[in-house]
Design a protein around this ligand. Structure first.
Ligand SMILES: [Zn+2]
Ligand SMILES: [Zn+2]
Ligand SMILES: [Zn+2]
Length: 272
């Protein structure tokens, strides 16, 4: 029945936040600060990823080191394709957890990324790309690269618009727009052309590390300024550090801006 419901409303999508924490996660290992010691579930933030339910299946954006526990927590049975923002360890090092999916899909898992990310994944996961025969099925992940650049691309029956951004002075990263929703993590500069691609957005997810400035991430103030500039109606902050307590931060954020949290879901309109 659920299959029928999905196909009768092909323009509807559903985003689930698998993780919303900065690169070391929250709590940080061994940290005694109030947020890391907090029992509040929304101060438990695993490394950043989302799933997006699209007409052709479930798309995973990034494969963080917490991927296995995240997919089990959200009861995701299969991922139909993966899309990558960039190659930092906190966004790719859960790649091996894709090993089960080729059995359920009947084929290799498609990985959509640009050539820079592909090069780093091939190097970091060399065992997955050896020419020799596997000792047994599933010994290594079966993966198939699908090259993307800065141009819009069709993935699982939906149009995905890359949002090129800077992540520090020497590093590029992609955000992605799906209809009236965009996911833009790990950035400290959104160029003018990319802001044009975000115009008219309903929900903008944007990375915001902490109050203080950082050389490769927006702080709260900078992230909110971008959201205002592109006219986002609702802004959700992700990749948040242990400096930000969920309740205290949400109370001081302006109208329409809030912290995302692990397990949060957002309905989106893919036709927008
Ligand atoms: Zn990151
Ligand atoms: Zn801490
Ligand atoms: Zn990063």
């Amino acid at each position: 029945m659920c299959f029928v419901a999905e196909s009768s409303e092909p323009h509807r999508g559903l985003v689930t936040f698998l993780g919303t924490g900065t690169s070391v996660g929250v709590p940080a290992i061994g940290c005694g600060c109030a947020v890391c010691q907090s029992n509040h579930p929304r101060n438990q933030r695993t490394r950043c990823a989302i799933t997006v339910r699209l007409p052709g299946g479930t798309l995973l954006v990034d494969t963080p080191p917490d991927l296995r526990t995240q997919l089990i927590r959200e009861r995701v049975r299969v991922v139909h394709a993966v899309l990558f923002t960039h190659e930092h360890a906190d966004h790719i090092f859960g790649l091996d957890d894709l090993r089960l999916f080729p059995f359920r899909l009947g084929h290799a898992v498609p990985l959509y990324c640009n050539q820079t990310v592909e090069k780093h994944i091939r190097r970091s996961f060399a065992y997955a790309f050896l020419d020799r025969q596997e000792t047994h099925p599933g010994a290594t992940p079966r993966l198939e690269f699908r090259s993307i650049d800065d141009d819009p691309v069709q993935i699982l029956g939906a149009k995905v618009v890359p949002i090129p951004m800077k992540h520090g002075p020497h590093f590029n990263v992609l955000g992605f727009r799906f209809g009236n929703f965009a996911y833009c993590t790990d950035t400290n500069e959104v160029p003018a052309e990319s802001r044009r691609r975000l115009q008219g957005i309903e929900t903008l997810v944007i990375g915001a590390l902490r109050h203080e400035p950082h050389p490769t991430h927006f702080n709260l103030e900078q992230a909110i300024a971008v959201a205002r500039d592109v006219g986002a109606k609702r802004t959700l902050l992700t990749h948040t550090g242990h400096q930000l307590d969920y309740e205290a931060t949400n109370q001081e954020l302006p109208e329409g801006v809030e912290m995302a949290y692990d397990g949060m879901q957002v309905e989106i309109d893919l036709q927008h």
